[in-house]
Design a protein. Structure first.
Length: 314
């Protein structure tokens, strides 16, 4: 219910309310008359609120299947369209130059306290980026990709292939933290889209009313603030992905019935094989481990358990 309210209804309600206000004020057909927006009759006001609620709910339901796409567009996955692909190349180069500046600051000498603070801040910001050859055009994309390409790879696991499986092994407390952070990310992304659409609609309706252009600027500013919030939430989510692999990677092996590694070298070997398995490129070269604590005695050789022989079929 909380996700429905925050991720779906709130952003859609912002857009629907702003559009209704512009239509009610007559902004699309002439000079805006804001006195016409709110009905004076209580019955008409109740009817208006009902219509807004229904329209908001309907729009939220229609857009819900596109949630992943809404995030990915803001991440910078634009290669499928020729025009945006060219823009993506330019923005990736901008991101790469910023990445190189941060790397130079990290590698620079810290001669005084101020220089040490600058280097520490640069190191923190650099850790929120993927490697230079994996950069995306936007800050949001780089924040999420830092988790997608590092969280499991530190142990030999492909994060993208293993994440859906390891997510099922996390504790209830970790799952709640992940859900909350993901909701914050999706809410910020949807609010950013909502305010961008409000900006476009307001510019269309108020292009001939210069005194009201501040409404367009305000909506655009709110879109940028929401986008910044999405970046911060994405960085937090990427950090939690690292924590999941730190704490639950061996539970993934246990669930797949593979033996636990004895050392770091064996861990890398097993997880590399598991990644190949999950990606459909092979299987780990290790035997299964079906410990006695994994199955019920009824699942074992029934000849060893005479008390269960009367349960044999037939």
């Amino acid at each position: 219910m909380r996700r429905l309210l925050m991720v779906g209804l709130l952003p859609c309600g912002v857009f629907v309310t702003c559009l209704w206000g512009l239509v009610g004020a007559g902004s699309f057909t002439g000079r805006s008359d804001w006195s016409r927006v709110v009905p004076e009759d209580p019955g008409a006001l109740a009817g208006t609120l009902l219509v807004l609620t229904v329209c908001t709910s309907l729009l939220a339901v229609l857009l819900q299947p596109f949630q992943v796409r809404a995030v990915r567009v803001l991440e910078g996955y634009w290669d499928r369209w020729p025009v945006t692909a060219g823009l993506a190349g330019v923005l990736v180069e901008v991101q790469r130059r910023r990445w190189e500046v941060l790397r130079e600051r990290v590698q620079g000498a810290a001669l005084d306290e101020n220089a040490r603070r600058v280097r520490a801040d640069a190191a923190r910001r650099l850790s929120a980026h993927p490697s230079g050859d994996a950069l995306l055009p936007t800050a949001l994309g780089n924040a999420l990709r830092a988790g997608e390409l590092r969280a499991g790879e530190r142990y030999g696991l492909s994060t993208l292939a293993s994440w859906p499986r390891i997510y099922m092994q996390v504790s209830d407390r970790m799952a709640e933290v992940l859900r909350s952070t993901r909701e914050a990310l999706d809410t910020a992304v949807n609010l950013s889209w909502s305010f961008l659409m409000v900006t476009a609609v307001s510019a269309t309706a108020l292009y001939d009313e210069a005194g009201l252009w501040w409404l367009c600027g305000g909506a655009l500013l709110l879109a940028l603030v929401a986008y910044k919030g999405a970046v911060i939430a994405a960085q937090a989510y990427a950090g939690l992905m690292h924590v999941v692999y730190d704490l639950h990677r061996f539970e993934l092996l246990d669930a797949l019935h593979y033996p636990l590694p004895a050392d770091e070298a064996t861990e890398q070997e097993i997880f590399t094989g598991v990644s190949a398995l999950l990606a459909g490129r092979g299987r780990p070269g290790v035997p299964y481990d079906h410990g006695a604590d994994r199955s019920h005695p009824d699942d074992a050789d029934r000849s060893a358990y005479p008390e269960h022989m009367d349960r044999e079929p037939g």
